[in-house]
Design a protein around this ligand. Structure first.
Ligand SMILES: Nc1ncnc2c1ncn2[C@@H]1O[C@H](COP(=O)(O)OP(=O)(O)OP(=O)(O)O)[C@@H](O)[C@H]1O
Ligand SMILES: [Mg+2]
Length: 303
């Protein structure tokens, strides 16, 4: 079984090896969360690497990644377990057709492990030969408060009671990462259980490193231009700022078009890779793109 990292530097280095570029502050909170066994709650804008860190951590620790994708209306049964109703019905029909079914035996069988569908929270409590899995509870802000309250309890004792089977307790609690885009505030009680970190847009250097890690084929000059332009865009008054994911996507588009140098025309033609709202695109087409590009080129020349 892979050991958990023994220092902040080791967290950084091991995440780096998986292609995840991790700043010191994030590495610190990840290290502490592993060391103290506390859930890690990550908030931030879209596409800044919140979900990716859970994947990277699972990869570098060699642990299984179990993801609970949150959505409006998610309830405990879809998060923990469900009975396989169609399979139960077939079993009943088969028993009936065979005649003389032993009712008690049939009942016990119907509510046994064979008909139990394990959902992420239950799955995360099962022992794994590679060590406790990583449980990613993604986009928590999409669920509602009752589910949050339920989660609070589940995270505090990592056990589930299934009336027909009994109580199942995790031999070793999973490593929990929660993410939110902050479309609403998550309740304090839940936050209090976790270590918190706001994942911000990376600075210039780090975003260039990320781009190098994710799209190494992009030449240095172009990658600097791309990152500087996206960073400048984030300071503009637009509805939806591009995340790191958009930077990478854009770079890949430019690469596919054999672009070696940014120009206002190329930017206009490919804005759809970085901006996803028509109003934003309209605002940036033409002279605005040229203005930003001129500023960016100037600052890159000075640097
Ligand atoms: N620090 C980083 N190192 C390497 N790649 C990164 C980093 N940050 C973001 N990325 C890249 O950006 C992409 C988007 O990241 P991710 O899906 O984790 O964003 P997110 O914060 O979960 O966004 P959303 O809120 O939309 O779910 C990833 O596929 C990853 O390739
Ligand atoms: Mg995400």
């Amino acid at each position: 079984m892979t050991q958990i990292p023994q220092s902040i530097d080791e967290v950084q280095a091991r995440l780096n090896d998986t292609g995840y570029v991790c700043g010191r502050a994030l590495a610190t909170v990840v290290f502490l969360s592993l060391k103290l066994g506390r859930p890690l709650f990550l908030e931030g804008e879209a596409g800044v690497g919140k979900t990716e860190i859970a994947k990277a951590l699972a990869a570098c620790l060699g642990r299984k990644l179990i993801r609970l994708q949150c959505y409006e209306g998610l309830d405990a049964s879809s998060a923990v377990y469900e009975w396989n109703f169609p399979a139960q019905m077939i079993a009943i029909r088969t028993a009936e057709a065979g005649g003389g079914a032993d009712r008690a035996a049939l009942n016990a069988e119907l509510f046994g492990p064979e008909f139990l569908i394990e959902r992420p929270l239950l799955e995360a409590m099962r022992p794994d030969e590679n060590g406790a899995p990583i449980l990613l509870i993604d986009e928590l802000d999409r669920t509602d408060e009752p589910f949050e309250a339920f989660l609070l309890e589940a995270l505090s004792d990592f056990q589930v009671t299934i009336p027909e089977i009994g109580t199942i307790k995790a031999p070793e609690p999973p490593i929990v990462i929660l993410t939110s885009n902050r479309t609403r505030e998550v309740h304090d009680a839940l936050k209090r259980r976790c270590l918190y970190h706001w994942v911000d847009y990376p600075g210039f250097e780090r975003e260039v490193d990320i781009l190098n890690a994710r799209a190494p084929e992009v030449a240095e000059t172009l990658s600097h231009q791309i990152v500087a332009f996206v960073q400048a865009l984030r300071t503009e008054d637009i509805f939806k700022k591009p995340g790191v994911a958009e930077t990478i996507d854009w770079a890949k588009c430019l690469l596919a078009l054999d672009v070696v140098d940014l120009s206002p025309e190329v930017i206009s033609d490919t804005l759809g890779a970085i901006l996803k709202y028509q109003d934003d695109i309209q605002k940036l087409q033409g002279s605005e793109a040229k203005r930003i590009l001129d500023n960016v080129s100037q600052s890159l020349d000075v640097a």
